[in-house]
Design a binder for this molecule. Structure first.
Ligand SMILES: Nc1nc2c(ncn2[C@@H]2O[C@H](COP(=O)(O)OP(=O)(O)OP(=O)(O)O)[C@@H](O)[C@H]2O)c(=O)[nH]1
Ligand SMILES: [Mg+2]
Length: 314
């Protein structure tokens, strides 16, 4: 019988969830950066094999407890409109994306960073997993960057707080143990149809991935609050028929004039750097030559404004 189903990858920011999704698919559809809170939307990737199809859902990292950017994991988006205006913010959108990606899934991959100093920040998320009643596999990531003897006590520690179906040490970066994760969640798939064509990798629109690639370069090249104050929208995406060329226009919105200055840089140097790096990746993705033009504009305090969030896809 053919098996198919949905598996959500969840965990604290920066543990390597998007890296794992890309490693599972063998293709990069989800952006990655060394900074926490890179992923903002839940992103579906399709893994197809002869006997099964698994839709893996990458999610924004979950902040639980104090110091969270304004969001808690338990945010319920069904509050009255007036209250929404005051309270909805980008961080809350991200938390609600993660929370809703957990409903109706066949299994969950909970990811932690094996090198993290303590598992205290995992506990509130594990408490949520307890209420879910779904099979959970623990992916203990970044084992390439730690001393192996530290692994056994860590595994014992996690096993004590939750009945994980399996605990699998992996390196998403080096693709070590990734097949074990796939095999582990495969056990929980029900009989089901092939939801997507066998050669599909994602159902995210090309425009979305292009905007994300640009956002990734901003995360790479800028620092402090700048990447967190940035949204990217692709305004134009035109294929020149028969020429193997795609012309793309995109607008980068920031919250303040000073951030606009940083993004453009001296004589436009920063924007040029972002544009070149993004263009190369987009050309790799689309397999054609790309002309990319970037615009920068200020949309004051957009991360706090529900109408702006909506316009930017959040
Ligand atoms: N050493 C090591 N680094 C890794 C591994 N997996 C991911 N990383 C790095 O960890 C950082 C975060 O990776 P992401 O995949 O963006 O993490 P994420 O969990 O999706 O982060 P958010 O979207 O911000 O929640 C990047 O610098 C990755 O290169 C791994 O197995 N080993
Ligand atoms: Mg991510």
């Amino acid at each position: 019988m053919f098996k198919s189903g949905f598996v959500t990858i969840i965990g604290r920011p920066n543990v390597g969830k998007s890296t794992l999704l890309n490693a599972i698919l063998g293709e990069k559809i989800s952006i990655v950066s060394a900074k926490p809170q890179t992923t903002r939307n839940s992103i579906r990737g399709v893994y197809s094999a002869k006997d099964c199809q698994i839709i893996f859902i990458d999610t924004p990292g979950i902040h639980a407890g104090r110091g969270a950017p304004s969001a808690t994991f338990h945010h319920k988006p069904s509050m009255p409109h007036k209250c929404m205006r005051r309270k909805v913010a980008l961080g809350e959108f991200m938390a609600s994306e993660s929370a809703s990606a957990l409903s109706d899934v066949d299994a969950v991959v909970y990811m932690c960073d094996a090198g993290a100093k303590s598992m205290d920040a995992d506990r509130p998320i594990i408490d949520v997993l307890k209420t879910l009643k779904r099979p959970v596999v623990l992916a203990m990531n970044k084992v390439d960057a730690m001393d192996k003897p530290a692994l056994l006590p860590l595994i014992a520690g996690y096993a004590k707080v939750f009945p994980f179906h399996e605990i699998i040490p992996i390196s998403a970066l080096k693709r070590d143990g990734v097949d074990l994760i796939i095999a582990a969640v495969k056990k929980f798939l029900p009989d089901g149809p092939r939801y997507f064509p066998e050669d599909a990798v994602t159902d995210q629109p090309e425009r979305f991935i292009v905007a994300e690639i640009i956002r990734e370069k901003i995360f790479h090249f800028t620092k402090d609050e700048v990447p967190y104050s940035t949204a990217v929208v692709v305004d134009g995406f035109k294929e020149k028929k028969g020429k193997g060329v795609v012309v793309i226009d995109a607008t980068i919105s920031v919250e303040k004039g000073s951030q606009k200055g940083i993004l453009i840089g001296k004589d436009g140097a920063m924007l040029k750097r972002i544009g070149i790096a993004a263009r190369l990746d987009i050309e790799g993705l689309l397999g054609v030559k790309v002309f990319l033009t970037l615009f920068v504009r200020v949309q004051k305090d957009w991360t706090k404004n529900p109408a702006d969030l909506k316009e930017f896809g959040y």
